[in-house]
Design a protein around this ligand. Structure first.
Ligand SMILES: [Zn+2]
Length: 146
């Protein structure tokens, strides 16, 4: 028994509808997977910061390098040096990851802050701290480039 043409049309409709759905809400599993990723990223960053701190507090720091940096180093306290070791990018990363970890508990996590649409899971998987869908991110990145 073969499908009637109206059945086939129905199936095609269902298929294309499925492909058009971009706003599938995150499942509980996806949410916990993303929050694990975020926590791992946060740990990795914290370890990097800790490593910087240890290098800076290490007395065996090569003398030559200290002499090269004397001009800078002399003006900073230890805390400033740790701060300086944390680049702006690290700081931004740290704060966006911890913000994402806060948001992931709520319903607005994974929704684009600009258009309110669900950000596709594969994008969140790559960048769980992202705030925008791809189409909103593109112009945003362009405009924020110095
Ligand atoms: Zn958007």
């Amino acid at each position: 028994m073969s499908l009637s043409s109206s059945d086939e049309r129905l199936i095609r409709n269902i298929k294309s509808k499925k492909e058009n759905i971009i706003s599938t809400p995150l499942t509980q599993e996806q949410r916990s997977e993303l929050s694990n990723t975020l926590r791992a990223q946060l740990n990795a960053l914290n370890r990097q910061v800790e490593a910087h701190r240890q290098v800076l507090s290490n007395d065996d720091y090569p003398q030559a390098e200290i002499e090269q940096n004397t001009e800078d180093a002399a003006q900073h306290s230890d805390d400033d040096e740790v701060e300086a070791a944390l680049s702006d990018i690290d700081r931004q990363e740290l704060s966006s990851i911890s913000r994402a970890l806060e948001r992931i508990k709520g319903d607005d996590y994974g929704l684009c802050v600009d258009c309110g649409r669900q950000i596709p899971f594969d994008r969140l998987e790559r960048e769980p701290q992202t705030l925008r869908c791809l189409s909103c991110e593109a112009p945003y990145e362009l405009s924020s480039t110095p």
